[in-house]
Design a protein around this ligand. Structure first.
Ligand SMILES: [Zn+2]
Length: 67
């Protein structure tokens, strides 16, 4: 089974937090190989961006290591 990474973000609009568990494939499919992840709040539908290094330091680290 592929390793899963935990992404954590907080909506700037309503403050509700989102947690996702994604495999590297899912992260790349969902966000692409970018430093910022685009998210949509499930509560208020606000679209916002979070820095990948804040949302998922572990993924960011491995991402850097693969370069
Ligand atoms: Zn929100």
């Amino acid at each position: 089974m592929a390793k899963q990474y935990r992404l954590k973000a907080k909506c700037p609009q309503c403050g509700c937090s989102a947690v996702m568990h994604l495999t590297p494939e899912e992260i790349e499919k969902k966000f692409g190989n970018v430093p910022n992840a685009k998210l949509e709040c499930s509560q208020c539908m606000e679209k916002y961006e979070v820095a990948m290094k804040d949302a998922c330091p572990e993924w960011d680290k491995e991402c850097q290591a693969m370069k």
